[in-house]
Design a protein. Structure first.
Length: 292
């Protein structure tokens, strides 16, 4: 190839490169122009939306106030979530229910106990309902169970006596630790429902051993070997009578007779030979006299 031919070929390559550059430049310019127009239009629409929102909120103070409240609530929730103060599932751990959902006699008891002992009716509603349910299964009057809780702890699930009786029914956790095995261990004594169930089990054993309600209460309080239980059984039965009246009982409870009369153990709760024990045997509970 001659020198002239090589020169012409070089010019063609250079011209082609220039054309490519020009095309790329045009494409970039077109893209930039389009982006500018889109952005410009978007900002224009955003500006119109802001202006419209301002006009609307100015004309409707109620909408402005509602918007501010929603914004503040959202910000507060975000802050609480960041700090770990938000846990929607916590309601599942709450031992509480609406007393209005209870049958009328149970609701009346819950409200009455709430007023007398200064405890919220919602957690009491759970305890009242549980007492009626487990009382039926254990063949014990539920108002007797509630009366024991009232005298023992005043419905304080974290109560503890000087000798170690714990929870609503003041069960001696160290003595009856085996009864908490199915509930996860001794610390379950401070779960209100668990303490109630274990306390009823202990009460059943005490009544079976003594052969009567009053005798069982004497065992329950730890005074089986004493002539006097410090008035414990009388206090429980008096509260039991009041609860029966609050519930509007139209018939005598099989667990309640006239004051001072011995309450025999009901036929539905037979005295089991394996649970019977001599009167001089150590009771299920350590003596817990001198209560207020």
């Amino acid at each position: 190839m001659t020198a002239l031919g090589k020169f012409g070929s070089g010019l063609n390559v250079k011209a082609h490169v220039n054309n490519v550059r020009s095309s790329v430049s045009n494409i970039v310019n077109d893209i930039a122009q389009g982006f500018f127009e889109i952005t410009h239009n978007s900002f224009a629409l955003l500006g119109l939306a802001v202006v419209f929102a301002v006009i609307t909120l100015t004309a409707r103070p109620d909408l402005r106030q509602a918007g501010e409240m929603k914004l503040m609530t959202w910000l507060q929730e975000r802050q609480d979530e960041a700090l770990g103060f938000t846990e929607p599932g916590a309601i599942e751990r709450a031992t509480a229910s609406n007393p209005k959902d209870l049958p009328a006699p149970q609701a009346a008891i819950a409200y009455w106990l709430s007023k007398k002992y200064g405890v919220a009716p919602e957690p009491l509603s759970v305890l009242v309902s549980e007492a009626f349910e487990i009382g039926e299964k254990a063949r014990l009057d539920p108002t007797l169970i509630l009366a024991i809780m009232a005298i023992e702890s005043g419905f304080n699930p974290f109560a503890q006596s000087p000798v170690g009786a714990q929870g609503l029914m003041q069960v001696m956790t160290k003595v009856h630790h085996d009864k908490y095995d199915n509930f996860g261990g001794r610390l379950a004594a401070f779960d209100p429902v668990t303490n109630l169930r274990v306390g009823v089990k202990v009460l059943q054993e005490c009544i079976a051993r003594a052969g009567s309600i009053e005798g069982g209460l004497k065992y329950y309080v730890g005074a089986a070997n004493m002539d006097d239980d410090g008035g414990y059984a009388g206090k429980v039965m008096a509260e039991h009578a009041r609860l029966l009246a609050v519930a509007g009982s139209k018939r005598a409870s099989p667990f309640f007779n006239a004051p001072g009369q011995t309450r025999p153990m009901p036929a539905s709760l037979p005295l089991k030979p394996e649970t019977a024990a001599p009167a001089d045997q150590a009771p299920e509970k350590v003596a817990l006299l001198n209560r207020s």
